[in-house]
Design a protein around this ligand. Structure first.
Ligand SMILES: Nc1nc2c(ncn2[C@@H]2O[C@H](COP(=O)(O)OP(=O)(O)OP(=O)(O)O)[C@@H](O)[C@H]2O)c(=O)[nH]1
Ligand SMILES: [Mg+2]
Length: 335
């Protein structure tokens, strides 16, 4: 049997019959699908229909191998229960915290690692990197060599964590291979596993990421998505705030400070977003959206999935107004 030819950019099986379906290409002689071609060359994006069931199926298959797994997560969008990944993947695993470049320089790496260790998450190693700044990539490769159990090493993690970007960096730094995976700020770029031989001893396997159903990235248009994804070090914005005042982000988030002493809210979100303080919460702007009330404890963060977080110094009762599909929660302060 001739094996189906897969797109070298995103792993989808190529087909030249239905232009509306995933994997379409004008000719099966091409190496990449039309969607990857357009993404790479024009930054044009076509939404794809991928379900998390397919993703979980891939994870299960990874879990059945004995191979090393690099689990990569975005520091600004740390998963709520990152340790739960171990249920699917019992393999040897290096947790990689990516996009250090977007956090303020003052945030110490040791603190981030300690934060994760305190969660009692069971990883063989935890490494902070920035693919963008080529930071700690050499060290990561050393640790991969140390832990790998066979030639194959899987790269897993949520959509947009930077899996494909990391593999491209490893290709560029250490390989003769000229293959280039498709990367984009939009969710679900990689559609199936893609094997990339780095050298005779190492093949990296890119996988599609789990879609965060509660992430704001699913509910904004392409232009806003680019604004939401920080490209540079975040300049945190601190607001001295009294009860009866609010914080507004663009036209999609409102946080009312309902109860508590004088407080300080520090917003960690992309610098490109318009953020302002409303001096009087009686102003009804954005209150037509879904409302959630939360009691935030001492030194806890309010997390808006996909957008970033607000560090709140003292105890506070808040109302959060945002699209009802977007998940909001609190956690022990990361910074
Ligand atoms: N600031 C910053 N952005 C990064 C870094 N690494 C990746 N990105 C960006 O993150 C976005 C997602 O990158 P991808 O490599 O496509 O993510 P992925 O994990 O492969 O995503 P899926 O294929 O959808 O599962 C892109 O816009 C990248 O440019 C980093 O170290 N710093
Ligand atoms: Mg990818």
């Amino acid at each position: 049997m001739i094996e189906d030819k897969k797109c070298l950019g995103c792993g989808v099986v190529l087909q030249d019959e239905n232009v509306l379906q995933d994997g379409y290409t004008t000719s099966l002689d091409n190496d990449i699908c039309q969607r990857c071609f357009r993404l790479k060359n024009y930054g044009e994006y076509t939404k794809v229909s991928k379900t998390n069931e397919e993703y979980l199926e891939i994870l299960k298959q990874v879990g059945e191998t004995k191979d090393l797994v690099i689990y990569i997560t975005d520091l600004l969008n740390l998963e709520k229960n990152i340790e739960s990944i171990r249920e699917y993947i019992p393999n040897k695993m290096i947790l990689v915290l990516n996009k250090k470049d977007v956090l303020p320089k003052s945030v110490k790496e040791e603190k981030l690692i300690k934060y994760l260790k305190d969660l009692k998450a069971d990883f063989d190693d935890i490494i902070v990197i920035s693919v963008e700044k080529n930071y700690n990539i050499d060290y990561l490769l050393k640790r991969i060599k140390f832990f790998q159990t066979s030639k194959n090493v899987y790269v897993c993690g949520h959509t947009n964590a930077g899996k494909s970007t990391l593999i491209n960096k490893l290709i560029k730094n250490y390989s003769e291979n000229t293959q280039e995976l498709t990367m984009s700020p939009l969710p679900s770029t990689t559609l199936n596993t893609v094997n990339i031989e780095i050298n005779d001893h190492l093949t990296l396997i890119d996988t599609p990421g789990l879609i965060d159903s509660g992430s704001i990235t699913n509910f904004v248009d392409g232009k806003m998505l680019k604004k939401i994804s920080p490209k540079k070090e975040i300049k945190p914005k601190t607001y001295q705030i009294k009860k009866g005042q609010s914080i507004i982000v663009e036209d999609f988030l409102r946080v009312d400070y309902v109860e508590g002493e004088r407080n300080s809210f520090t917003v960690y979100m992309s610098n490109d977003l318009k953020i302002k303080r409303l001096l009087n919460s009686r102003n009804p702007v954005l209150t037509d959206m879904n409302k959630t009330s939360l009691d935030i404890g001492y030194e806890e963060d309010l997390v808006i999935k996909g957008l970033g977080f607000i560090k709140i110094v003292n105890k506070a009762s808040v109302y959060i107004y945002i699209n009802k599909e977007v998940e909001v929660f609190k956690r022990k302060s990361l910074i």
